[in-house]
Ligand binder design. Sequence first.
Ligand code: PLP
Length: 508
Amino acid sequence: MKHPQSLGDTPSDEFRKQLHELADWVADFRENIESLPVAPDEKPGAIRAQLPAQAPEERESFEEILNDVNRVIVPGMVHWSHPMFLAYFGWTTTAPAILGEIITAPLNVNAMTWRTSPAATELETLMIDWIRQWVHLPQRFGGVVYDTASVGVMHALAVAREETAPFVRKRGLVGAGAPVFRIYASEQAHSSAEKAAIALGLGEENVQRVPTDSLFRMDASALREMIACDVRDGFKPLAAIATVGTTSTASVDPIPEIAGICREFRMWLHIDGAYGAGFAILPEYKSMAAGWSDADSIVVNPHKSLFVPLDFSVLYVRDLEKLRRVFTLVPEYLRGDTVEAEKNYMDYGIQLGRRFRALKAWIIFRSFGREGIVARLREHIRLANIFADWIRKDNRFELAAPGSLGIVCFRFVSGDENEFDKLNSEIVEQINASGRAYLTQTKLRGQTVMRIGIGNVLTTEDHLRKAWEIIQETADALSSKTKSQLPNPKQVPVNKNADAVGREWLDF
Ligand SMILES: Cc1ncc(COP(=O)(O)O)c(C=O)c1O
């Protein structure tokens, strides 16, 4: 049904009606999410093919739009909130988080300066401080909320670069006579290190990958040797990135040793705690935070492990003023709105316009309480441990890495050894295509392994057991096929940059 022409937007009585409908839609979606396939088995382009190629000339009703959401969008989604979604870090949204997103929308804030958004700015500062206390960082660490950890590490390395070669901000690398910098991260660290080096003009190849030990942790003695060798060859070691909760196995690098090496060579220490750092809120994991106070910067992603939905990532810097000095720049038209600022977050990064992310975090943290977050994380660790036990007890499978936090990497190892890579990849492909569960595959030491991440608040032990049964069934069915019947593994879209630096894991 077409509406009479208007200048756009919706009359308030109609809007109220739509909101009520939407409230039911949201509640129904969440209540019934389990009945949906976790993922569609569509070919690329299938969603677009169901929608008009041109934007509508005349307005359409909310009813028509919502119908299309139900008809095309919802079935075309991977449902990251589904209890059987066990990929990546589990990932989650929660009921309070959805309320938080809803309240944020009408407020329509741009948190660029304090004046343009006093409550958003001050709440952001408060949330940064709550999380700082939870992860046991000293008070001198200040922070800023970005969308992602990738953006966080880029900003951190920009500060490191300016510390070592002052005037790069003003004159650029060549103008400032900067040396060829080197950055070190373990071979298990995230590819955002290379992305940051690309963006900062430091060069992807200057991110040096340090070998890991048998537990996938950075080998600190190899780090020292690589740095010493680079110094002899005329490179300038700039920074080490130590990871707390690596992408594939959630391994934790030996931070105190790495911090010592950074001190010795006067290098910046950035800790990528995107996934793992949030777990320091658990009293029994407090010791994991040893050495963090020696870092120059650390990233924590509440959107990975503290129940805040994407996006919400905090970069802490030991001396936040250094970050401000690299990025502050006030154009004339903003001057009036910056004068009485307590803090203008636009000064702490390349972004000017900024969402009001702190509101949803505040609502979630208050709704859970610290105790609630701790209880949830403990439950996720418990579930991951149960799953690891099931793997240990079934001799057709083996653990591919020690279980860590909410992550378990495992491998089907029954039958012809030469087929294991193909088989493990195909098990994941088939399960994901079935819509019954969703897992990740990755590579460890050259071998394809399966991986689950527990992080979803809707995932219970029953769901996990069901997933385990699906994995066993699928593995049985596929392994009983002859070698020639097994399909070649699908080409998994591996980040070309990651390939170029010789790493094996999938980029997520
Ligand atoms: C250890 C680690 N660091 C950084 C990132 C990048 O996170 P973001 O998506 O917030 O940029 C990831 C992504 O999964 C990760 O696993």
